[in-house]
Design a protein around this ligand. Sequence first.
Ligand SMILES: [Mn+2]
Length: 256
Amino acid sequence: MSKDGKCIAVSDVHLGAESGNRDTFIDFIENLGDDVDRLVLLGDILDFWRRDPVGVLLENIDIIQRLMSLEPEINVSYVLGNHDFHLIQFSKSYFGSMFDLDYDLSLRYGETTYRFIHGYQLEYKRFGTLAAYELFADEMCEAGDDVGRVADAVWKKIVEGGDVLNRIRNLIGRPNWVSEMVGETASPPVKRNLKKLEGYAAQLTTGRYAGEFLIYGHTHEPFVKMEKNIANTGSWVEGSTDYLELDAGGVTLESY
Ligand SMILES: [Mn+2]
């Protein structure tokens, strides 16, 4: 595949959400180095959870066109996240085939096989099954602006405390396992138990993805942990401009 080239992996830009770092991200994709021949968009690039998907896509059509224009010099792949899980509906479309839209991706650089997942897969233990979580994620994408405002309110009220969560559950009126998870799963990463997710990620490198180096995002906490065979792409929200660089020499954490 890419014998001498360099791969850039980036996630959690959350375009469509207020905190999205849009202008800097455009600058970033327009100034990828000449030695870059692969770009992995590792999920949650677009954010449909607090907005309607069509509105978010239309608003960001310029970025999508710029990403498409990187081909064929740069091979662009799109791995689904939870906030853009709805894109699975477009997997057979021009968009889907253009970006090799998929749940995960495997690439070999040097002596290492890298497995790319967004990282929402690490949440499944809380939901019982991965299928249940993916259904939840798609529901959140389909919920549109109204439930979006509700989710925003949840975020704020969780910080402030109070009994708003129960009112929200009644408002959304979805099956129990969804409404109970809304508050927890829609919480910003800083409010959550990320150490646990990192433990699950490390488990995957000795289980399902044995012998591979796992790259994920989702937690907005960038790192490279060689000893655990895991790395995290970080995010592009709240001033962060994190990305990972991979080539035959290994993986490094960078900031734009
Ligand atoms: Mn995510």
